[in-house]
Design a protein around this ligand. Structure first.
Ligand code: NAD
Length: 254
């Protein structure tokens, strides 16, 4: 059991990569707090984990809202006493070249993808600093490092997350807190399926062209990213600090 007795909060874990990570972490002995905006999907994730013998609970909270994030963190600390790992996974897509993006859409993408990392960190960090221990995993993307068409707002947020990760690592290393980033390539999840449906006339052809962009010739699966997240959550990665971890089938070389 690689995460035995660890208490782990995963934001946006009612779907896709977050859900898969919650299931894997629970199998590895963690107590997982599933957070999502969507209560139906979050509760479903918890039910599935419990049915497989794992330990999980659900807290509905919007990661962009300070009061609900603070209340969520306080509730976890009151119930379990610690948060060993914070996995900032919640995120939304943003489509369009810069001039096509409306200001409200721009703000929404910035809010969920950047403020939605800042707030959970802000409220979880004091408890980690007091214990001088913790691992924070921030969800960036390989788009932080490569130019992709019509993803301006989304790319800006994922680049910011990478910079934030490195800066946080310097501030919190004295407290033995590790802060690392995941940089996935294209992973087939509801997030990507929706993006393909709304952005392309022929989503199947779009999938084929996305596959070609990755050296692997295949799209990733949520499990591929969950395994990398498991490594960053576990003590096996104790010498990784402020690192970008690519799980992109070689997309950055494509
Ligand atoms: P997904 O849409 O399947 O899951 C995201 C979850 O976040 C959803 O359940 C959603 O309800 C939740 N969420 C959205 N806004 C929220 C909010 N304000 N508060 C709380 N929860 C909220 O997406 P996914 O593909 O699993 O993506 C997860 C993360 O991985 C995102 O940050 C995404 O940017 C990143 N990512 C995904 C890919 C990919 O190809 N799928 C690639 C690189 C990075």
């Amino acid at each position: 059991m690689r995460l035995k007795d660890k208490v782990i909060l995963i934001t946006g874990s009612g779907s896709g990569i977050g859900k898969c990570s919650a299931q894997l972490f629970a199998k590895e002995g963690a107590t997982v707090v599933v957070n999502d905006l969507d209560a139906v999907k979050g509760e479903e994730t918890v039910m599935e984990i419990r049915e497989s013998g794992g330990s999980a609970s659900f807290i509905q909270a919007d990661v962009t809202d300070p009061a609900s994030v603070q209340a969520m963190v306080e509730r976890i600390l009151a119930e379990y006493g610690v948060i060993d790992v914070l996995f900032n996974n919640a995120g939304i897509s943003g489509v369009g070249a810069l001039h096509e993006v409306e200001p409200d859409t721009w703000d929404r993408v910035m809010n969920v993808n950047i403020r939605g990392v800042y707030l959970p960190c802000k409220y979880v960090l004091p408890a980690m600093m007091e214990r001088k221990s913790g691992s924070i995993i921030n969800m960036s993307s390989c788009i932080a490092e490569i130019g992709l068409a019509r993803r301006a707002s989304y790319a800006a947020t994922k680049g910011a997350i990478l910079a934030l990760t490195k800066s946080m690592q310097v501030d919190y290393a004295p407290y033995s807190i590790r802060v690392n980033a995941l940089l996935p390539g294209t992973i087939l999840t509801p997030f990507v399926e929706n993006y393909l449906k709304t952005s392309y006339d022929d989503p199947a052809a779009a999938i084929e062209s996305l596959k070609k962009r990755q050296l692997s010739g295949e799209l990733g699966r949520p499990e591929d990213v969950a395994q990398a997240a498991l490594f960053l959550a576990s003590d096996e990665s104790k010498f990784m600090m402020g690192s970008p971890l690519y799980i992109d089938g070689g997309a950055v070389f494509g």
